[in-house]
Ligand binder design. Sequence first.
Ligand code: IMP
Ligand code: MG
Length: 179
Amino acid sequence: MVAMDFQIEPRVLIGRQEIEVTVCRLAAQINEDYRGKKPILVAVLKGAFVFLADLIRHLDLQVEVEFVCLSSYGQSRESSGKVRVVQGLCTDIRGRDVLIIEDIIDTGLTTDFLLDYLSQQEPSSVKVCALTSKPSRRKLPVNIDYLGFTVPDKFLIGYGLDWDEKFRHLPDICFIEEE
Ligand code: IMP
Ligand code: MG
């Protein structure tokens, strides 16, 4: 792994080939379930952008892509526990099939908040697609319709996931070794 100018050595947890296989598997399920429909994918910025970019290129559906920017983490590795809408939806989702695209579901607070936020706009359905989930950290239960990987309670970086806005560019899902 590339040495960074700070004392953090990322270790690979899930390699790029395994990610690719899993993204294809999720896309195949979504293609099957949404056949004939025109879902709106709502990706949560910033972390989900890499996953979204790979996933949509395997979708054989007429999809639309929207983004919301939610924030619960500041510069620390712990959630502040409070979710904030930094940028809300810019389109009308009433009567539409909405699929949330998340990088990771950790405490569940963000997804729970987003489900509530989107449901208020009366879509015809809302489902959740998450690349990773850390069930051991859950504070609120979240039903994940499409899940890539169940991951251990480690702080993950890479493939869109950041630590203090860094490391999103790593092609593998890595973890930071605790001292
Ligand atoms: P939750 O609200 O605790 O479920 O956290 C959701 C958001 O926190 C995710 O969309 C990520 O942006 C961020 N997050 C949670 N765990 C990690 C991690 O291990 N690495 C990087 N970001 C994380
Ligand atoms: Mg996120």
